[in-house]
Design a binder for this molecule. Sequence first.
Ligand SMILES: [Ca+2]
Ligand SMILES: [Ca+2]
Length: 94
Amino acid sequence: MNLFRACLALALLMPLSAFAQERAPTDARRERSELADERFRAADANHDNLVSRAEANKSLPNLAPSFDKIDVNKDGQLSRDELRDAGEKMNAKP
Ligand SMILES: [Ca+2]
Ligand SMILES: [Ca+2]
C-alpha cells in the first residue's frame, strides 16, 4: 500500500519536476541526448540497436565521414553510446 502511495505522490510531482527541469541548466544537455536518441532510432533502419555504415551513410551523412572515429570498439557498427559520446564531444567543441 505504501508503494502505491509513493507512486501516486511521484505521479503528482512529475509535472512539477518536469517544469523545474525545464529551467535547469542540464536541460539543454538532456534535450541534446534525447535528440541524439531520436536520430539514432531514425537512422537504425533495421532496429538492431546499432547503426551500420550503410545506415549512417543513408541517414546520418554528417556523421558518415567520422564513422571510423565514432566506432570506438571497431565492430563496424555505431552503438547508441558511441553516437552519444561522439555527440557530446562535438558539442563540447567551441
Ligand atoms: Ca541497424
Ligand atoms: Ca561500435
